[in-house]
Ligand binder design. Structure first.
Ligand SMILES: C[S@@+](CC[C@H](N)C(=O)[O-])C[C@H]1O[C@@H](n2cnc3c(N)ncnc32)[C@H](O)[C@@H]1O
Length: 235
């Protein structure tokens, strides 16, 4: 369901992603700490983790007192997340390109971490997030920074498919995702009914320097990911 991304759909690759991303620089020491610092206090919140992979963010949210529903389109990831999270979190096998199997106004926070760039059309899931959020509910999403993907496309201003071979997860694997220009990111979020709270271009942590000095040095001067913080109107 998640498209041509064997990394997530094939059980061995999904397991390799889960294992490597639990401790690597880009996820464990860059994106996740930045997202969590931004989230702040989550205790008592109803949270949707949309694109949960093996459940790293879900586990942190549940450990910090949130009631979490997680979803992912990859059966292999859903299996890993269920094994990891047990009864703590309800993990759904669901595709963000489809209407979400969740009630209107049932969440205080939607977190979608490094997932929406896999969808060419992200407007439908953004509208679904607005629907499932309560009035004044918050959406925090992280995605590839358009600066990082701009060099791989022929037109910065268009939504474009990017093909990249990843080498850090066992055998080399071709991964595809979409470049989205910054203006489009903002316009689509506003059109889906969100009010922007902020946009963040995180700095790598000291841990990232220790884990992958080359990558950390690059991300220190060229942002790898963009984190968007938004909320629905307070009706
Ligand atoms: C980079 S991983 C997410 C990382 C995760 N948030 C973490 O911190 O470990 C991207 C995830 O998005 C999922 N995904 C891709 N397309 C999706 C879709 N259309 N609907 C739901 N999940 C999708 C993939 O299966 C994969 O698990």
């Amino acid at each position: 369901m998640s498209g041509p991304n064997p990394l997530y759909d094939e059980p061995e690759l999904a397991a390799a992603y889960a294992r490597v991303s639990a401790t690597n620089a880009a996820n464990a020491a860059y994106e996740r700490p930045a997202v969590r610092a931004l989230l702040g206090e989550v205790c008592g919140l109803d949270v949707l983790d949309a694109g949960c992979a093996a459940g790293e963010h879900s586990a942190w949210l549940a450990d910090h007192g949130a009631r979490v529903v997680a979803l992912d389109a990859s059966e292999a990831m859903v299996r890993l997340a269920r094994e990891r999270l047990g009864e703590q979190v309800r993990v759904l096998h669901a595709d963000l390109a489809q209407p979400l199997p969740l009630d209107d106004a049932s969440a205080d926070l939607v977190l979608s971490s490094l997932t929406l760039h896999y969808l060419e059309d992200w407007c439908a899931p953004l509208r679904e997030f607005a629907r499932v959020l309560r009035p004044g509910g918050r959406l925090v999403l992280s995605t590839h920074h358009p600066l990082m993907t701009a060099g791989d496309v022929d037109d910065y201003h268009a939504v474009r498919l990017v093909e990249e071979t990843w080498h850090g997860f066992g055998a080399p694997v071709l991964v595809t995702y979409y470049h989205r220009p910054l203006q489009r990111i903002v316009a689509d979020m506003l059109a889906a009914g969100f009010v922007l709270r902020g946009m963040h271009e995180p700095q790598p942590t000291a841990d990232a320097d220790a884990r992958d000095p080359k990558l950390a040095a690059r991300f220190r001067t060229e942002p790898g990911f963009l984190i968007v913080d938004a909320e629905t109107a307070r009706r």
